[in-house]
Design a protein around this ligand. Structure first.
Ligand code: NAD
Length: 497
C-alpha cells in the first residue's frame, strides 16, 4: 500500500518508512509489500515497515552465516568494547526512542518507556562487561593429559520478540548472542518494530555488516521462515505459549536448541498481616498496571486472605481510581493504551465474561468507555474483579490487560495449591511480615521467579525464566548468556605423544 492509498489518517507524529537491516544495508522487502504501524493512542498511522518474507529471511541468514567466522574470531573483549560504544552512542537517543516506543505500543512514557530504554543501555553495558567470561574448565586427570573445555558460539541465532516490551526483549537477545560470537537474525513484532529499528540503526554504526540483521514482518511469514531455515543454529523466542510450542516443534525437526520465554498467570499471595498501603502499591506494581497488565510477569491472580479481603480490595480500588489513563506521550499519564484492536477486543471479551460469572463483584472498571477522549484509542481502564473463583476463565487464562482477579483464601496449604493450579509458572509474589510463611510459600510456588514484599521488574544478572509452560532457558544473566548462546566443546590432549 502506498501512503496515498491510506484510508486511516496519518499520525501527527508520522515517521514515514522504516527499513529492515540485512547484510549491513537498510532495505525494503523483496516483494515490495509493507505493514502499517498504527499508533494505538488515536488509531492513526505512525509509519510503515517492510513486510519481510521468506526471501528476506534467506538473505538475512546468508549474511549472518557469511559474517559469522570473522565475528566469532574477534577477541571477546573487543566485541564487548563495541557494545560499550553502542551504549554510549544510544544515550543521547534515549528520549527520542522512548517516545517512539510509547507512540507505537501505547505504554506510558513516564512510567514505562523511558525505563525500558534505559534498560537497553544498561543491558548493553552489562553484557559488554561479561563478554570475556565465556570460559571453559580443565580437568586434572594426570600429568600426561591436558583435558579442557571451550565455550564456543553456536553460529546464526534466529530470535523473535513480542510487542509488549520490544526494546528490553530485543536488547536481551542482541547483546548476549553477539558478545559471545554468534551472529543474529532478529524478527520484530509487527505491532512495535519502530523503536527497535532505531536502536538497530545505532548498533549498525559499530558492527560489521551481517552480524546483526533485523527483519520486520508477520509471524506466519517472516517468523515461520526464520524458525524453518536450515542454517539457523539456535532459536530464541519470547512471546505466547501457543507460538512458543510451534517454535519448539520447528526446532525439534532439526534438533536445534530452543530458548522460550512465554506467558504467565502469576499469583500474588497477601497474608492476613499485610493489609497495608505499601502492599497495595506493591501489588499494583506486581500486576504491571503501569503497562496495562501487558506483561508476562503480571501478578493477575491476587489471593487475599479472607480476614482482610474486603479491606484490601477497598484500598486497591481507591489507589487504582487515582491512576490517570491517557495519552501515552503525555507526562501526566500513568497508564497508556492496549497495543492494538485485536488485543483490545480480547481484553473486552474477558471483562464481559467476568461480569457474567455468578457471585462476581466488579469492584472497579469494566468495559471500556464508548465515548469521550479514551474512546479515540485502544484504552482499557484498571479493572478489579473480586470474589473470583480460581477455576473461572478470567482466573485461568492470560488476559494481557489491566484486569486483576481477587480471590479469597483461608488456609496456607490451600492457597499454594490454588496458586500452583495452572499450566503457567513464570512469576509469583508473596506479601507478609512473617519470614517463615514468606519463604515456605516462595519455595512452594511453582514459578521461575518469586518476589517477597516487592513487585519490581527483572534485574540484569537474575537468571530469569519460566517453569512449566512459561518457558525453557534463562537469558537475563551471565549464566543465561552462557547456557543460551554458547555450546561446550571438550578437548583432550595427550602431552607425551
Ligand atoms: P505472539 O506469540 O503472538 O507473538 C510474538 C512474536 O512471535 C511476534 O514477533 C510474532 O510475529 C511472532 N510469531 C507469531 N506467530 C509465529 C510463528 N508461527 N512462527 C514464528 N513467529 C511467530 O505474542 P504477542 O501477542 O506478541 O506477545 C504477548 C505474549 O508474549 C504473552 O503471552 C506474554 O506473556 C509473552 N511474553 C513473555 C515474556 C517472557 O519473558 N516470558 C516477555 C514478554 C512477553
Amino acid at each position: 500500500m502506498t501512503i496515498e492509498q491510506h484510508t486511516t489518517p496519518l499520525s501527527e507524529h508520522h515517521v514515514g518508512d522504516a527499513l529492515m537491516l540485512i547484510a549491513g544495508e537498510w532495505t525494503e522487502a523483496a516483494d515490495g509489500w509493507w505493514i502499517d504501524v498504527e499508533s494505538p493512542r488515536d488509531r492513526t498511522i505512525l509509519g510503515r515497515v517492510p513486510r519481510g518474507g521468506a526471501e528476506d529471511v534467506r538473505r538475512a541468514v546468508d549474511a549472518a552465516s557469511r559474517a559469522f567466522p570473522a565475528w566469532r574470531d574477534l577477541r571477546p573483549r573487543d566485541r564487548g568494547e563495541l557494545f560499550r560504544r553502542i551504549a554510549d552512542a544510544l544515550e543521547p537517543e534515549q528520549e527520542r526512542i522512548a517516545r517512539l516506543l510509547s507512540l507505537e505500543n501505547g505504554n506510558a512514557i513516564r512510567t514505562q518507556s523511558r525505563g525500558e530504554m534505559q534498560f537497553v543501555v544498561d543491558a548493553f553495558r552489562y553484557f559488554a562487561g561479561v563478554a570475556g567470561e565465556a570460559k571453559g574448565e580443565s580437568i586434572p586427570l594426570n600429568p600426561q593429559v591436558l583435558d579442557y573445555s571451550r565455550r564456543e558460539p553456536l553460529g546464526v541465532v534466529g530470535a523473535i520478540v513480542p510487542w509488549n516490551a520490544p526494546l528490553m526483549l530485543s536488547a536481551l537477545k542482541i547483546a548476549p548472542a553477539l558478545v559471545t560470537g554468534n551472529t543474529l537474525v532478529l524478527k520484530l513484532a509487527e505491532d512495535a518494530p519502530l523503536a527497535v529499528l532505531a536502536v538497530a540503526r545505532v548498533c549498525q554504526e559499530f558492527l560489521p555488516a551481517g552480524v546483526l540483521n533485523v527483519i520486520t514482518g508477520y509471524g506466519s511469514e517472516a517468523g515461520e521462515a526464520l524458525t524453518s531455515h536450515p542454517a539457523v543454529a539456535k532459536l530464541s523466542f519470547t512471546g505466547s505459549t501457543a507460538v512458543g510450542r510451534r517454535v519448539m516443534e520447528k526446532g525439534a525437526e532439526r534438533i536445534v536448541p530452543v530458548s522460550l520465554e512465554l506467558g504467565g498467570k502469576s499469583p500474588q499471595i497477601v497474608f492476613p498481616d499485610a493489609d497495608e498501603d505499601w502492599v497495595v502499591d506493591g501489588t499494583i506494581s506486581g500486576m504491571r498496571f503501569f503497562r496495562q497488565g501487558q506483561s508476562c510477569t503480571a501478578g493477575s491472580r491476587l489471593f487475599i486472605h479472607e480476614s482482610v479481603f474486603d479491606s484490601f480490595v477497598g484500598k486497591l480500588v481507591d489507589k487504582l481510581s487515582e491512576l490517570v489513563v491517557g495519552d501515552p506521550v503525555d507526562e501526566a499519564s500513568d497508564l497508556g493504551t492496549i497495543v492494538n484492536a485485536r488485543q483490545f477486543d480480547r481484553v473486552g471479551e474477558y471483562i464481559a465474561d467476568g461480569i457474567e460469572q455468578p457471585g462476581v463483584d466488579l469492584a472497579l472498571g469494566g468495559l471500556p468507555p464508548a465515548e469521550g477522549p479514551l474512546a479515540q484509542g485502544w484504552y482499557h481502564r484498571p479493572t478489579v474483579f473480586a470474589n473470583v473463583s480460581n477455576s473461572w476463565r478470567i482466573a485461568a487464562e492470560e488476559i494481557f490487560g489491566p484486569v486483576v482477579c481477587a480471590i479469597p483464601w483461608r488456609d496456607e496449604t490451600d492457597v499454594i495449591r490454588m496458586a500452583n493450579d495452572t499450566h503457567y509458572g513464570l512469576a509469583g509474589y508473596v506479601w507478609t511480615h512473617d519470614l517463615g510463611a514468606a519463604l515456605r510459600t516462595a519455595h512452594a510456588l511453582e514459578a521461575g521467579w518469586v518476589q517477597v514484599n516487592q513487585g519490581g521488574g527483572q534485574v540484569l544478572g537474575q537468571s530469569y525464566g519460566g517453569f512449566k509452560q512459561s518457558g525453557i532457558g534463562r537469558e537475563f544473566s551471565l549464566e543465561g548468556m552462557l547456557d543460551s548462546y554458547t555450546q561446550r566443546k571438550h578437548v583432550s590432549v595427550h602431552l607425551e605423544r
